[in-house]
Ligand binder design. Structure first.
Ligand SMILES: Nc1nc2c(ncn2[C@@H]2O[C@H](COP(=O)(O)OP(=O)(O)OP(=O)(O)O)[C@@H](O)[C@H]2O)c(=O)[nH]1
Ligand SMILES: [Mg+2]
Length: 238
């Protein structure tokens, strides 16, 4: 049961308390946003179901950048720091935000993590949210971009069934496309149609963290963002 957003049982959190929690969160999110702007760091809230490939995407992202951009990451995880360790091994300064029973990150958790992570020099800060298609969509973290990863095995109807998170997404990454040859029943066109009915400005890229297909397009999309520092920070791969 989620005590903050009441996702487990909405009767347990009165509406007025829920709204006041959200407005407190929004104030802190703005504070985080000010920090990101002052440091010229593009912050990305990466969301998606458990196991959809968020950490694998970030590992592939680090490989593709090859040190041309400074990256940093924080990973929301109920009980382990495994994702942060994977990202550190991939060369991304990272820390874990352990949420215990919490099913999402909030602005306060991110703000506290900002004090413990060397992120100010980073061009891009990836905030890997807790694997969940519901609550992460509700809590502003101060990010500039919302990216949702959706793997090919989750079902074509997920944008229709979980519309809030897809409505807020600036980009959807269809992950694990290397599996498609083994999944004749998966209809990518139906996923695109569901996104077209959900996202105000539908935008989807197909990627595989395993083969690297589509990762260059994802990097190109990030590089095109107007608030990303124009000159890549580092000349040589690390
Ligand atoms: N075939 C294939 N498998 C992938 C791909 N990306 C991730 N996986 C596998 O999917 C599983 C989950 O990947 P993760 O990167 O841990 O997923 P996640 O979304 O970070 O998971 P949580 O943080 O636990 O929510 C692992 O076994 C990965 O090896 C991909 O592009 N293709
Ligand atoms: Mg992960």
């Amino acid at each position: 049961m989620c005590e903050t957003c009441g996702c487990g049982d909405s009767n347990l959190v009165p509406v007025e308390i829920h709204e006041s929690l959200l407005s407190a969160n929004d104030r802190l999110a703005q504070h985080n946003r000010d920090h990101f702007a002052a440091a010229s760091t593009l912050a990305i809230n990466l969301m998606g179901s458990p196991g959809c490939g968020k950490t694998a995407l970030l590992e592939a992202t680090a490989r593709q950048f090859g040190g041309r951009r400074r990256l940093a990451a924080m990973s929301g995880d109920l009980a382990t720091d495994r994702d942060a360790l994977r990202l550190q091994a991939a060369g991304i300064p990272s820390l874990s935000i352990t949420t215990g029973s919490g099913c999402h990150l909030d602005a306060d958790l991110v703000h506290r993590a900002l004090h413990d992570l060397l992120w100010r020099q980073a061009d891009l800060l990836f905030i890997e949210n807790v694997g969940n298609l519901v609550c992460p969509a509700v809590y502003d973290l101060g990010q500039t971009l919302n990216v949702v990863a959706l793997s090919v095995t989750e079902g074509e109807d997920k944008p229709l069934k979980y519309p809030v998170i897809f409505r807020k997404a600036d980009l959807v990454l269809l992950t694990k496309i290397d599996l498609l040859p083994h999944l004749p029943q998966v209809n990518v066109r139906a996923i695109e149609e569901a996104l077209a009915r959900t996202m105000p400005e539908p935008r989807m890229l197909k990627i595989s963290a395993v083969t690297g297909e589509g990762i260059a397009d994802w990097i190109e999309w990030l590089e095109a963002h107007p608030s990303l520092r124009r000159e890549p920070a580092l000349a040589e791969p690390v």
